[in-house]
Design a protein around this ligand. Structure first.
Ligand SMILES: [Zn+2]
Length: 295
């Protein structure tokens, strides 16, 4: 078994054929690690873009790649063939920093190869999620960028300054080395089966219909969050800004507060957030208490 740490560079371009924007892959970089995490080989290829010949200035300044570099690249098909040959027959676990690269690869395989899945991907770990779970940002809800995570893990990201696909793979591999735990890593790994692709293409959405069967009526029965006593509803539930909102008055505390309840449907769970906001005469109200629960 080998670990493959992979990173992609891509350029966002408008495709007339697709009638929308696509992140077109312009470079694949990867390195292979054996089970003791020793680097065994590296891979790097530049891809000739088909949708747009011009790189975005953001991409140029980040990667130092030029339009000329890209024009000398190989086709996406050839890059995938070379990469597959480089991978060899050994079983592998792929690791990328966040699943953005995998989403992009799925779209590029669909667009340029007419393949519904990534042909060489069988076993996958989101390295960003995995590494972040070892840091103090584990439950923060924010997603650490590669450099920020490296700093938290005690690595100097400036040792890997170039932001080319192989350099970023090296930095990601260095992060993995800091927090390698075979058991936790295998728990974080997914088989790239049908549900894996369904999850990748799922777009989370907010529930805006108060009569939806997913909405729990009990959540809308509110008490005062200070005294726990009965409250009077002054303004009925209204949906705005992705949440149901209503205003309540507690006679005992002589205070008014707004309750917001947000239902966000994720692929495999419903995320429910209930927030109480004090209503004062001050121009801006600040949230005083937030509860988060998962159903
Ligand atoms: Zn009260």
């Amino acid at each position: 078994m080998q670990y493959i740490v992979m990173d992609l560079e891509w350029n966002t371009a408008y495709s007339k054929k697709l009638g929308g924007f696509i992140n077109e892959i312009i470079e694949i970089g990867a390195l292979a690690l054996d089970e003791q995490l020793q680097e065994t080989k590296t891979f790097s290829v530049i891809i000739r873009s088909q949708v747009s010949k011009r790189l975005q200035s953001r991409v140029k300044s980040l990667t130092h790649l030029t339009n000329a570099d890209i024009s000398h690249g190989v086709t996406f098909r050839e890059a995938v063939e070379r990469f597959t040959a480089w991978l060899g027959d050994e079983d592998n676990t792929f690791l990328t920093w966040g699943d953005g690269d995998i989403r992009t690869l799925v779209k590029n395989c669909a667009c340029f190869l007419e393949l519904p899945e990534i042909p060489f991907l069988h076993h996958y770990v989101d390295l960003q999620k995995y590494c972040q779970s070892f840091t103090d940002a584990a439950n923060s809800g924010q997603q650490l960028g590669l450099s920020a995570a490296a700093v938290k893990l005690g690595i100097d990201p400036d040792v890997y300054p170039h932001h080319r696909a192989l350099d970023d793979s090296r930095l990601a591999a260095a992060c993995l080395l800091c927090v390698f735990d075979q058991k936790r890593l295998s728990q974080a790994a997914h088989w790239c089966d049908k549900p894996f692709y369904e999850r990748l293409s799922f777009h989370p959405y907010y529930i805006s219909d108060i009569n939806s069967p997913l909405v729990d009526a009990d959540a809308f029965r509110c008490v005062c969050d200070v005294c726990g006593g009965k409250v009077k509803k002054e303004k009925n539930w209204k949906y705005s800004n992705h949440a149901f909102r209503a205003v309540f008055y507690c006679q005992k505390c002589d205070r008014r507060f707004r309750v917001s309840i947000q239902y966000k449907q994720l692929y495999d769970r419903l995320d429910v957030r209930k927030t109480y906001t004090e209503i004062t005469n001050a121009p801006e109200s600040i949230p005083v208490k937030a509860e988060k629960s998962e159903a």
